[in-house]
Design a protein around this ligand. Sequence first.
Ligand SMILES: Nc1nc2c(ncn2[C@@H]2O[C@H](COP(=O)(O)OP(=O)(O)OP(=O)(O)O)[C@@H](O)[C@H]2O)c(=O)[nH]1
Ligand SMILES: [Mg+2]
Length: 361
Amino acid sequence: MTVDETLALVGNPNSGKTTLFNSLTGAKQRIGNWPGVTVERKSSRLKANHALIVEDLPGTYSLSPYSSEEIVTRDFLFEQQPDLVLNVVDARNLERNLYLTLQVMEIGRPLIVALNMMDVLEKASRRTINLKKLSYALQVPVIGTTATKPGALKELVQAIQAPLPKPYAFPEYDPRLESALSMLEEVIGKRVEADRSRWYAIKLFEKDPQVTAQLALTPAEQKQVTEILHTAEHLFDDASDSIIVNARYDFIARVMAMCVVDKTDFVMSVSDRIDRIVTDRYLAMPIFVLVMWAVYYLSIQTIGTIGTDYLNDTVFGGWLRFWFSIFSVRLVLRQLAPCTGSLVMHAGRGARSVTKQAWLI
Ligand SMILES: Nc1nc2c(ncn2[C@@H]2O[C@H](COP(=O)(O)OP(=O)(O)OP(=O)(O)O)[C@@H](O)[C@H]2O)c(=O)[nH]1
Ligand SMILES: [Mg+2]
């Protein structure tokens, strides 16, 4: 690097930018374990090369022109055009952090990714990230770092000072979106420098109010832009700003699938483990016999016998029999009631006549 070049640290809040800034420069900027600690730019010189000014920027999730952090970071990257951007990515939240990485890449500045918090990732040992593949997928150098250990940053310091390849990679999205972006670049024409026209096209596609105002297109050009956006929205059946957001997430999904291995994906569930044992070539038959014997033993010898004995002795042999006999006696009596009445009457009459005759004798 030549005299007084600039290196900008960008990244999500709490990804470790200021810790890395302090380690690289020897400064003592405030760090904190919560987002939004750095709210304005801080600069200092690289310890290993005083000709390099390192800028610590506020943490941000996106480069939209809405919050103050977004505006400070976006303006610095786009207006000041740092010689190198160091994107500090929290390795624990790679997917979310890559959303900003893509937006930084869209700006087209030379970029290095510092995959920070590698110590935490390694300790948790639930996920492995293949840094070489990540570098290949993004087409930018990726260096694993632990910002809290300044002694382990040699590789990063070397990469910062090494010449970077040109031209710098842009993330390539859906071909239909890419063709709409090239048409927008044609409309923008020579209003902007060639290496920035893609960023302006993306911002026009996103309907970014700041860029739309800045470009000051003629009514005819504005009409062309509207037609391009309408065609794309019709093709994707979505609003143009969502098309860009989805394209970034699709890109990130491809990168994640290529570079990240989640070890939890390979941990077997309890039911998988049981399946594995009971369907084992050698164990399956003995387990089957054991289960059948257990079912037989339980139903015939233990629970089954206790149950049948209880039903026979207590339920059917005891109180159910008692109630059944009472019920049957009552039923028989009720059926016999008319006959019994006349029988009693006739018996009474018979008895009386027998008594009468006895007296007469
Ligand atoms: N274990 C571990 N902790 C880290 C590492 N890098 C940073 N930290 C911790 O993460 C917390 C946030 O670090 P900062 O440097 O303040 O993060 P920042 O990106 O500057 O945050 P903002 O300024 O809010 O955007 C601090 O508690 C750091 O000590 C790392 O590599 N490993
Ligand atoms: Mg900070």
